[in-house]
Design a protein around this ligand. Structure first.
Ligand SMILES: C[S@@+](CC[C@H](N)C(=O)[O-])C[C@H]1O[C@@H](n2cnc3c(N)ncnc32)[C@H](O)[C@@H]1O
Length: 243
């Protein structure tokens, strides 16, 4: 994912200095309700915006991302903060294989819209198997559909207005993003309703979704069962690839 290697420092600075992204992250943390014995998987972890926030609160975090540049920033920051419980794994989420029941919490922040809808749906099913009984999943991402429904129109309008306030650069981003969405090239946001239906169909319970801010939405759910009943010491199969 070369483009993310090039954009890693810019993205890291953008999210770290953005009150909106900080609020979204806190919404994710609150919904995840982390505890000191949680074993966490962060999908599309980037430079660690969420992984590094969670690490001091949990047992350990596996941060998966396809960009080596992003993960290098994450690893540097983990070192600088003395967080020895964060491991990185450079891999496309589509190729990730983990032992059944090896995590108690799976999170993702602003990364799943890079997967096409089929891979998104498959990922939900695979996340179900990677979670121990009682384990939780929390996704925060762009969540809207392409239908002309009122909510989708409002989201698109607010986003376009926000980008246009940045002048010609903003207009260029509007054109680029509309083209990418229209052509289905690289950006595939799915609606909250879609995520909720995939979670329900995969066997999750307590499936909940809500709008957070403009295009940002949150879905959360729990794998049925008693927490810790089948606690496994197994680690992701590809642990040897971890940094
Ligand atoms: C917008 S950034 C978000 C990063 C981080 N979660 C955050 O909140 O700052 C999207 C991230 O998704 C990663 N990504 C995109 N497609 C991916 C894929 N198929 N598998 C793994 N990571 C992917 C990119 O490398 C990038 O780090």
């Amino acid at each position: 994912m070369g483009s993310w290697d090039e954009r890693s420092a810019v993205w890291d600075e953008t999210v770290s200095n953005s009150p909106v992204f900080q609020r979204l992250r806190e919404e994710l943390i609150e919904a995840a309700n982390p505890s000191s014995d949680d074993r966490v998987l962060d999908l599309g972890a980037g430079a660690g915006f969420v992984a590094l926030r969670l690490a001091p609160l949990v047992e350990d975090v596996v941060a998966v991302d396809s960009s080596s540049g992003m993960l290098a920033l994450l690893a540097d920051q983990a070192d600088a903060r003395g967080l020895g419980n964060v491991r990185t794994l450079e891999l496309g989420m589509q190729s990730l294989e983990c032992e059944p029941g090896s995590f108690s919490l799976v999170v993702s922040h602003y990364a799943l819209h890079y997967l096409n809808p089929r891979d998104q749906r498959d990922l939900v099913q695979r996340v179900f198997s990677w979670l121990e009984p009682g384990g939780r999943v929390v996704f925060v991402d762009m969540m809207f559909g392409r239908s002309a429904g009122t909510e989708n129109r409002a989201i698109a309008g607010a986003k376009i207005a926000q980008l246009l306030r940045h002048g010609p650069g903003g207009l260029w981003r509007v054109i680029k993003n509309v083209a990418r969405l229209a052509l289905g090239f690289g950006l595939y946001p799915s609606s909250r309703e879609r995520w909720e239906s995939w979670l329900t169909a995969s066997g999750f319970e307590a499936v909940e979704g809500r709008a957070l801010w403009q295009e940002a939405g949150l879905v959360s759910a729990r794998r049925p069962g008693v927490v810790g009943a089948e606690r496994s010491t197994k680690r992701p199969a590809s642990a040897s690839q971890m940094g």
